[in-house]
Design a binder for this molecule. Structure first.
Ligand SMILES: Nc1nc2c(ncn2[C@@H]2O[C@H](COP(=O)(O)OP(=O)(O)O)[C@@H](O)[C@H]2O)c(=O)[nH]1
Ligand SMILES: Nc1ncnc2c1ncn2[C@@H]1O[C@H](COP(=O)(O)OP(=O)(O)O)[C@@H](O)[C@H]1O
Length: 399
């Protein structure tokens, strides 16, 4: 399975019965996947990288649905099949904060979208160098204290955590602000965005639609913060099934009576809404305690005790208030290079002439600690440089 990337020269055209697309040299790289498919990667679109799939079984070109942020075009691309699920695309002559992209062709997210849309689907995921901060999913019945605990965490560690601002069709409460607590939205608009694949998960909760957009998680993670998601049990289940790795925490009330008291004391719901939330709470608590869904269950009896326990399981009890962020030095991928793969390592070797050569002519990408982010980012990539003459690994970037 798979083959080394190749620049298209005219003599490659014979591999493509309907080679017209390649006559114009708009595609530069193609990757064989399995026995039946060739993924052609290039600049069919003016500003961005275009993708076409050649299906050998039907002898036809397919234009796939492309999800995720599409990388901007560059001077050229090389690519290599990493595993059955994804192709690594390297943008030539581009700095390391924008030059490594994964084209997801068979990840669980892409498979799900193929079934949903009934078309070929690919999804772009930008490879981000450095530590992957795993998001935290917090669930629990209405009134249990999720919002209170999250607010305390964000207050004490403002540079560490960021809140994933969900979309909802419910009306704002008096103290809630659009874009801060929720993106308050019309049902029709939200349904259209869901159809367009913009949501990581969504669910109908207490009669309204709630959902986490890919963007909501990405803005937090791009800000080098650890993302906190306050979502219901159905949402947690969807995230569990998605490619987003996360820690799942369920907050439980000390008793049903206490839960009712807190809901009433908050004074934000009508009696009818309170009744609906209490009815739903029973099922939520049952599901929250079911095996395999949540990694941790915390009982919120005394608020301070529960908060200390939360900090402890997040490794924050030692008084460390800041998360060190390793900012990798930017490096530029050479214009002319070859890409090969050994185990979890991708070797990018400059093939520049002697005059053009710089000190570094070998880059090693270590994929062993990559973690899927929200669809759209793949984090935890490490990059090393290796001067090829003495074979000694030089500076290490990332964590
Ligand atoms: N699945 C999902 N649930 C959400 C999302 N945002 C909020 N929720 C959940 O929706 C439920 C109702 O939230 P809200 O209306 O703010 O009421 P509260 O829980 O009583 O404060 C809670 O269980 C939230 O965790 C989301 O983006 N996705
Ligand atoms: N441990 C606790 N003991 C007593 N009241 C609490 C506790 N935790 C939260 N509360 C209160 O309960 C109400 C509901 O909390 P909130 O954070 O809004 O819940 P949720 O976000 O889970 O719906 C709020 O008025 C809050 O101040």
């Amino acid at each position: 399975m798979g083959e080394a990337p190749a620049f298209f020269e005219d003599d490659h055209l014979e591999n493509f019965p309907n080679g017209t697309l390649f006559n114009t040299k708009v595609f530069e790289t193609a990757i064989n996947v399995g026995c039946n498919k060739i993924y052609a990667i290039g600049a069919t679109e003016k500003e961005s990288i275009g993708i076409r799939i050649f299906d050998k079984s039907t002898n036809e070109w397919v234009v796939p649905t492309v999800l995720g942020m599409i990388p901007k075009s560059s001077d050229g691309y090389s690519a290599i099949l990493v595993d059955e699920d994804r192709i690594l695309v390297v943008k030539r002559n581009t700095k390391s904060d924008d030059c490594f992209w994964f084209l997801e062709i068979n990840t669980p997210f892409v498979k799900e979208q193929k079934t949903r849309l009934g078309t070929e689907v690919v999804a772009w995921s930008k490879a981000v160098i450095g530590e992957a901060k795993i998001p935290i999913v917090i669930s629990g019945p209405s009134g249990v204290g999720k919002g209170t605990l999250i607010a305390k965490l964000m207050d004490e560690f403002p540079s560490t955590f960021g809140f994933s601002v969900s979309h909802t069709t419910r009306a704002p409460r008096i103290n809630e602000h659009n874009g801060v607590h929720y993106h308050f939205t019309e049902r029709g608009d939200m349904e259209n965005d869901i159809k367009d694949g913009k949501f990581l998960e969504f669910a109908a909760v207490h009669g309204n639609l709630y959902g986490t957009s890919v963007e909501a998680v990405e803005v937090v993670t791009d800000d080098e913060k650890r993302c906190i998601l306050d979502i219901d049990v159905q949402g947690a289940r969807s995230v569990r099934a998605s490619s987003l790795e996360a820690i799942f925490i369920f907050i439980c009330p000390p008793s049903f009576d206490q839960l009712e008291k807190r809901l009433r004391a908050r004074g934000t719901e009508t009696e009818e809404q309170i009744q609906k939330r209490l009815r739903n709470a029973k099922a939520e608590i049952e599901q929250g305690n079911s095996p395999g869904l949540f990694d941790h269950i915390l009982v919120n009896d005394n608020l301070e005790t529960c908060y200390e326990n939360l900090k402890e399981l997040l490794g924050l009890s030692d008084g460390t208030k800041t998360n060190k962020i390793l900012v990798p030095e930017l490096v530029r991928m050479p214009l002319e290079h070859t890409v090969s793969k050994i185990g979890h390592k991708i070797l990018i070797k400059s093939s520049a002439t002697d005059e053009e050569k710089s000190d570094i002519n070998m880059f090693v990408l270590d994929l062993s600690s990559i973690k899927s982010g929200a669809p759209g980012r793949t984090r935890g990539l490490n990059i090393y440089t290796e001067p090829s003459l003495n074979g000694v690994i030089g500076s290490k970037m990332g964590s």
